[in-house]
Design a protein around this ligand. Structure first.
Ligand SMILES: [Zn+2]
Length: 265
């Protein structure tokens, strides 16, 4: 499931091909992708538009159009853009330079939502906390957000309203960097621990972006190398890179969760 580093990688690849280009035709074959709007309506609105920029907010892509409209794409489980014909294509964009961009989505949970000017940012701002790599994500902000919360810290940082863009992989990696156990009640963390969690989140995400995200070999996302550098995620029984103790697996809110039992307290 794409998280911030994977979505940021998609953003960069898409931006290089589509920014400044005109969409000469759009075809959307899956009504689930655009509902409640009919796919033909969204496709017709995209046709003829020039793309100004491709931005990212949390795990969402924002494709900004010359008219001011914004196509907000959420890849969810298995969505990705492809530049060669692929299986499970749900939509195709043809550009004025001949580029063909396909949207592939095996499990069909992804969404394409077309917003009028200003509405996209409004829509996302009520659903998403600050960008973890932005200036608004401070230790003070995190302290205020987690104050009094009895939920495990991992569950708290997975909440997109706390901070935008984390999923199961990078939450585990972040807490390893922070030396904080994923089951610790969020509201019990001291100031130094909160600072470590904030820094751990940023470290884990920056590493992921540098490696162009993770490719778990499930055919849904390709190209990244972060999976070779996981410190805890999926590493049950392997030695902790920091202290040598075997990594353990538990569950937090129903999600598989990996941690070092010795150096995460
Ligand atoms: Zn350890």
């Amino acid at each position: 499931m794409p998280e911030l580093p994977e979505v940021e990688t998609e953003r960069g690849r898409l931006a290089r091909r589509i920014e400044g280009r005109r969409i000469v035709s759009a075809r959307i074959d899956d009504s689930r992708l655009t509902r409640p709007e009919p796919p033909e309506w969204v496709a017709a609105r995209l046709g003829g538009e020039r793309v100004t920029t491709v931005e990212r907010r949390g795990k969402y892509l924002l494709i900004r159009l010359e008219s001011g409209d914004v196509l907000v794409v959420h890849l969810r489980m298995t969505g990705s853009f492809r530049y060669e014909p692929a299986t499970h294509e749900r939509a195709v964009l043809e550009l004025d330079d001949g580029t063909r961009i396909a949207y592939r989505d095996l499990r069909r949970f992804g969404t394409w939502t077309l917003f009028e000017p200003e509405k996209a940012d409004e829509h996302l701002s009520v659903r998403l906390g600050p960008e973890p790599l932005g200036r608004g994500f401070t230790t003070g902000y995190l302290a205020g957000r987690l104050q009094g919360r009895r939920a495990p810290v991992k569950a708290a940082i997975l909440d997109q309203r706390t901070v935008a863009g984390l999923g199961n992989i990078y939450a585990d990696e972040a807490l390893w960097h922070a030396h904080v156990h994923p089951l610790r009640p969020a509201g019990e963390l001291g100031e130094e621990e909160l600072a470590a969690v904030r820094d751990g989140i940023r470290t884990a995400l920056r590493r992921g972006i540098r490696r162009q995200g993770a490719d778990l070999g499930d055919g849904t996302y390709s190209g990244g190398l972060m999976q070779r550098e996981f410190r805890v995620y999926g590493r049950t029984g392997k030695a902790c890179d920091r202290c040598g103790m075997p990594i353990e697996k538990t569950r937090v809110g129903g999600r598989g969760t990996w941690f070092c039992p010795s150096c995460q307290v």
